[in-house]
Write a protein that binds this ligand. Structure first.
Ligand code: FAD
Length: 394
């Protein structure tokens, strides 16, 4: 069989590319290793930047989100036993949207497959890419029902299969470079069946380690606790988790976190990578397949959407109008924002983890950096701009 575009991976990046192609009447096939039920439930991100929501809206993909997502206008830092509210909307007129990633993925799959008639194969195995350097590439996979290998010829492959996918490994050796950074820090990522203790994101910068609270819904709250990289979640029984959250998020006049069953508990090692360029022949990478940004600044989903807008539009321009300028500039345009967000994550990492580095000099400079956010309007404006994401029209 033959199709203009094969999209590998049905995460936010792949499904957004697929939706943009279908809206322009371009045929495509999305290949996904998991089941539809699984991807519609996988908990992950929740913070979406305003420009990204506008980009989804412009492409007819934000209907449910605009109705149901929360609007966040402030975050709160806790350090030195005090609370410091950072009211970014008052400063900038802009806000964050909070919409759990499984809801976004559910909306995108429905729109792609059920409304726009896009084709998608779930449960595929052993995906391989072929002949990427010619103008007739193909993708093969093992069919879940028959076990037979199917081959699909195409014009382009969109590699949207996340951090553990196969497409990044298909970049021509020697032509792409992967730059890596390891923070040497772990985060215990938790989902609790409990309401948030404050209506906004909390950052606890404590000498015993960072703790964060990210409200997801009235019933479910995400928490993070800094831990050694590679730590075993079994080292974190219920009582220890809640005692550490109470301590690290504790501040004068603050309500303690509301305790509830922990429905997710896993350790994330904080590391980043960036693939440059994000293109090899007819393969275009998007999202976590191309670059991983540790969840420190909650940027990964936003970068995945940014890539997907540019890639979807560029593929449509080529396939329907013979305009190759979007594809030619794709990697460079994505990487500008990727590096910008990586730099902000590094800066923010010091703010979160510096007081717990076991180094009194770093603790001193970190506290100075924290205080400056609340004493210097210029420092506050710079933080707000990067925290909310560079505004631009996509
Ligand atoms: P993915 O969502 O990983 O999708 C890739 C898809 O490809 C998956 O469905 C996978 O099953 C499939 N796949 C894998 N291998 C293959 C294969 N060989 N063939 C076919 N399909 C394959 N980002 C934010 O912006 N804000 C946040 O608050 C935030 N919080 C996070 C919290 C956690 C705990 C984690 C883990 C991540 C968080 N992120 C956050 C990051 C965000 O979730 C990712 O950046 C985002 O999911 C990237 O989307 P994607 O489409 O590129 O990749």
């Amino acid at each position: 069989s033959r199709v203009p575009v094969v999209v590998v991976g049905a995460g936010p990046a792949g499904l957004t590319v697929g939706n943009i192609l279908r809206a322009a009447g371009v045929d495509c096939l999305v290949l996904e290793t998991e089941t539809r039920e699984f991807i519609e439930r996988r908990p992950r991100a929740g913070v979406i930047e305003e420009w990204a929501v506008r980009g989804l809206e412009r492409r007819g993909l934000a209907g449910n989100l605009l109705e149901r997502a929360g609007r966040h206008t402030a975050c709160e830092f806790r350090f030195d036993g005090e609370r410091y509210r950072f009211r970014y909307q008052e400063l900038t007129g802009r806000h964050h949207w909070v919409y759990p990633q499984p809801l976004l993925v559910t909306d995108l799959v429905r729109e792609y497959a059920d409304v726009r008639g896009g084709r998608i194969r779930f449960g595929v195995r052993d995906v391989r890419l072929h002949d990427l350097d010619g103008d007739r590439p193909s993708v093969s996979y093992r069919c879940p029902e028959s076990g037979e290998r199917e081959v699909v010829a195409c014009d382009f492959v969109a590699g949207c299969d996340g951090a553990r996918g196969v497409t990044r490994a298909s970049l021509a050796p020697g032509r792409a470079r992967v730059a890596r950074h390891d923070y040497g820090i772990g985060w215990l990522a938790l989902l609790a069946e409990a309401p948030p203790s404050a209506d906004c994101v909390l950052f606890g910068c404590h000498p015993d380690g960072f703790a964060g609270q990210m409200p997801r819904s009235p019933e479910v709250t995400r928490y993070y606790l800094q831990c050694p990289p590679g730590d075993d979640p079994a080292n974190w029984p219920h009582e220890r988790v809640w005692a550490e959250l109470r301590r690290r998020l504790g501040a004068a006049g603050a309500a303690p976190p509301a305790e509830g069953p922990l429905i997710e508990k896993r350790v994330l090692d904080m590391h980043d990578y960036v693939t440059e360029p994000m293109v090899s022949g007819r393969l275009f990478l998007a999202g976590d397949a191309a670059h991983l940004v540790a969840p420190i600044a909650a940027k990964g989903l936003n970068l995945a959407l940014h890539d997907a807008f540019l890639l979807g539009d560029a593929l449509v321009a080529w396939l329907t109008g013979d305009d190759d300028s979007g594809l030619a500039g794709y990697s460079r345009a994505c990487l500008r924002r990727v590096w910008d967000y990586q730099e902000f994550s590094q800066w923010l990492s010091e703010l979160y983890h510096g007081t717990a580095a076991g180094d009194s000099f770093r603790a001193g400079t970190t506290l100075a950096r924290l205080r400056r956010l609340f004493t210097s309007p210029a420092a506050a404006a710079a933080f707000a701009e990067q925290y909310l994401g560079t505004a631009a029209r996509y």
